[in-house]
Design a protein around this ligand. Structure first.
Ligand SMILES: NC(=O)c1ccc[n+]([C@@H]2O[C@H](COP(=O)([O-])OP(=O)(O)OC[C@H]3O[C@@H](n4cnc5c(N)ncnc54)[C@H](O)[C@@H]3O)[C@@H](O)[C@H]2O)c1
Length: 248
C-alpha cells in the first residue's frame, strides 16, 4: 500500500519492534510522519530506516521511564517537525513474572510502573502544548491483564490496570479537543516463535493475534472516524476473555 495524503505527525513509543513497529508502519501508510521513541538505539535506527520508504520516519532515543529523557525527546520533535497530531503510548516491559509477594523486588516494581504507566503522564504532559491547534488523539496500549491475572504478576498487571483508568481520566480532562483511548491486546505474536495448533485453536477467533490487528484499531481510534469515542478501553484478544474455562 502506498502512503495517502499527509495527516501530520504521530509519535509511537516503543516503535522499534513488535506491536509498536506495526503501528508505526500502519500510520506511515495512512499518511502520518512518524517519530519512534525507543530505548533500543540499534533496533530503532534499523526500523526507522526500514520503514522510511513509506514516509518520513524519525527515530529518537528516549527512555519513557525517565522524565528528563522524555522532555528531551519532545524538544527534539518540536525542533525537527513542529506540531504533533497523534501519540501512541505503546512502550512496555513485563519484568520477570513469578516472584511471590514476599520476594517482590521493589526496584523492579518501580521501574515497571515508571515505564508502563508514569510514562503516559510524561508523554501526554509534553505532547499537550504541541498538539496542532490544540487538537489531537492519543492511544494507550494496556493488556487483557488489566482484567485477569496469572499468579505473581503484580507490577505488570497493576500498571496495565492503571493505564485503563488513566485513559478515562485523560479522556474526560482533555476533551473535547483531545481524545484519549486505550487498546488491551491479548496474545499477540510479536516474536515469530513457532505456535502450536492448540495455541491458535484456544482462541474463539481461531488464531493468536498479529501486531497488525492492534495497529488497525489504533489507526481507527486516531482517525476522524472515531471522533465520538474517548476515554474507552477496547479488548482485542480473539475472544479469549469472553471464554468460560472450567478445569476438566
Ligand atoms: N505481545 C503481546 O502479546 C502483548 C499483549 C498485551 C499487551 N502488550 C503490550 O503491548 C506493548 C508492546 O508489546 P510488544 O509485545 O510489542 O513488546 P516488545 O518487547 O516486542 O517491544 C517493546 C518495545 O518497547 C521498547 N521499550 C522498552 N522499554 C522502553 C523504555 N523505557 N523507553 C522506550 N522504549 C522502551 C523496547 O525497546 C521495544 O522496542 C507493551 O505495552 C505490552 O505490554 C503486548
Amino acid at each position: 500500500m502506498q502512503p495517502t495524503e499527509g495527516k501530520g505527525t504521530a509519535i509511537v513509543t516503543g516503535g522499534a519492534r513488535g506491536i509498536g513497529k506495526a503501528i508505526a508502519a500502519r500510520l506511515l501508510r495512512d499518511g502520518y510522519a512518524v517519530v519512534i521513541f525507543d530505548l533500543d538505539r540499534d533496533e530503532g535506527m534499523r526500523t526507522a530506516a526500514e520503514l522510511s520508504f513509506l514516509g518520513r520516519t524519525e527515530f529518537i532515543e528516549v527512555d519513557v521511564g525517565s522524565e528528563d529523557s522524555v522532555n528531551r525527546g519532545f524538544r527534539k520533535v518540536h525542533a525537527d517537525l513542529g506540531p504533533v497530531d497523534a501519540l501512541v503510548n505503546n512502550a512496555g516491559i513485563s519484568g520477570q513474572f513469578g516472584s511471590p509477594i514476599g520476594y517482590l523486588d521493589m526496584g523492579e516494581w518501580n521501574r515497571i510502573l515508571a515505564v508502563n504507566l508514569t510514562s503516559i503522564v510524561l508523554t501526554t504532559k509534553n505532547a499537550f502544548p504541541l498538539f496542532r491547534g490544540g487538537k489531537g488523539a492519543i492511544v494507550n496500549i494496556a493488556s487483557t491483564r488489566f482484567l485477569q491475572s496469572e499468579k505473581n504478576t503484580f507490577a505488570y498487571t497493576a500498571s496495565k490496570g492503571g493505564i485503563v483508568s488513566l485513559t478515562h481520566a485523560l479522556g474526560v480532562s482533555l476533551g473535547p479537543d483531545i481524545r484519549v483511548n486505550c487498546i488491551s491486546p491479548g496474545w499477540i505474536d510479536t516474536k515469530g516463535e513457532p505456535l502450536s495448533r492448540e495455541d491458535h485453536e484456544q482462541h474463539p477467533a481461531g488464531c493468536v493475534g498479529k501486531p497488525e490487528d492492534i495497529a488497525a484499531l489504533a489507526a481507527f481510534l486516531l482517525s476522524g472516524e472515531a471522533s465520538f469515542i474517548t476515554g474507552q478501553n477496547f479488548i482485542v484478544d480473539g475472544g479469549m476473555t469472553r471464554k468460560m474455562i472450567y478445569a476438566e
